[in-house]
Design a protein around this ligand. Structure first.
Ligand SMILES: C[S@@+](CC[C@H](N)C(=O)[O-])C[C@H]1O[C@@H](n2cnc3c(N)ncnc32)[C@H](O)[C@@H]1O
Length: 325
């Protein structure tokens, strides 16, 4: 399992970048970037080296944790998946590449692309001299133009990117990234109703084009949830002292809500149910909302069924319910 914490090498590289930089200035820049995101804008406000660092300090721990959790879910249903090549689309500071390097020791080549020069420069600085990512290839430019010429990869990741594109751009990007996916495509978005809706639209389109869902869904059919409910997950991650200062936070952790889909070329062999909310443990039973191959189920596990009850007590929101779990 990949930890939700940034790898020590990455933390050290970010810490080194922060040396001699005014914390107040970084906090002000990061507040502006966060406000732009909250107001529905994208990463257009990230223009300088200082902006890129502010973005990375404020958001990289959370987007890393979300990608790590999504990759853990993928690995759980596909333990024999050993990708050698990665394509990280809209890579920003390289977040998904770092998470994939942790999740898959098999990865030997990392291709990243992004339109933002400041984030690309930061990603290269953070990776320079590091054991796994030291010789990553990072291209700067519009994703659609670069993808057309990219080599296909075993694993393609688009993390927190499609929300920055309009509907036509998203559809175009979905087709392109799928055409460059040799085995598995992972798309991660914020766990808002809008983020989930974007994932579901691309899932529908790519399933129609022949993709299969590896995770989180145990089926390729329509999502059984309907508004106001939506499919999303949450990942707790630690906050460093700098991270806390930056966000004027009181607690040393945060919970990142995210939505994701992992699509594969070949159908999977296991289709575990997925826990869609934190199960409720009452006196007489545990009740859990599960997405199953037969649709949405509220499972009720009575305390008197000792073995099943003990198993269900371990279920957490986002878990796959494998036969023996
Ligand atoms: C919110 S950041 C996410 C960065 C990184 N993937 C992560 O998870 O931390 C979105 C990134 O997508 C990039 N991006 C957005 N639209 C793009 C496009 N059309 N072509 C290339 N990159 C794009 C932005 O420059 C930015 O770096």
């Amino acid at each position: 399992m990949t930890s939700p914490s940034l790898p020590a090498e990455l933390k050290a590289a970010l810490g080194a970048k922060l040396e001699g930089v005014s914390r107040n200035e970084v906090a002000a820049r990061s507040a502006l970037i966060s406000k732009t995101y909250r107001d529905g804008g994208g990463s257009g406000t990230i223009r300088s080296e200082a902006d890129a660092l502010a973005y990375a300090l404020a958001r990289m721990p959370a987007t890393y944790a979300a990608v790590a959790a999504s990759l853990n879910a993928l690995c759980e249903v596909r333990p024999d998946f050993k990708p050698e090549t990665l394509l990280d689309v809209g890579a920003g500071p390289g977040t998904a590449s770092w998470a994939a390097a942790e999740a898959f020791s098999s990865l030997r080549s990392f291709a990243l692309l992004d339109a933002n020069d400041a984030l690309r420069t930061l990603a290269r600085d953070l990776a320079r001299g590091r054991a796994r990512l030291g010789d990553l290839k990072y291209q700067e430019g519009e994703a659609s133009a670069l993808l057309a010429q990219s080599e296909p990869a075993d694993l393609v990741v688009a993390s927190y990117v499609i929300g920055e594109l309009g509907e036509t751009g998203r559809t175009e990007l979905a087709d392109l990234v799928w055409s460059k996916t040799r085995d598995t495509l992972l798309i991660v978005e914020p766990g808002t109703p809008a983020g989930t809706a974007r994932i579901l639209a691309l899932r529908r389109r790519l399933v129609a084009a022949g993709a299969h869902v590896a995770a989180p869904c145990p089926h390729d059919g329509p999502c059984p949830l309907s508004a106001p409910d939506w499919c999303h997950f949450t990942q707790r991650l630690p906050r460093s002292r700098a991270h806390m200062q930056l966000k004027s936070a009181d607690v040393p952790f945060e919970d990142e809500k995210f939505a994701y889909v992992a699509l594969t070329r070949a159908p999977g062999t296991v289709h575990p149910a997925r826990v869609l909310a934190q199960p409720l443990a009452g006196k007489a039973e545990i009740s859990a909302k599960l997405c199953t191959t037969d649709g949405l189920v509220i499972a009720r596990i009575p305390r008197r069924d000792k073995t099943a009850y003990a198993r269900a007590r371990r279920w957490r929101w986002g878990d796959a319910v494998l036969d023996e779990s």
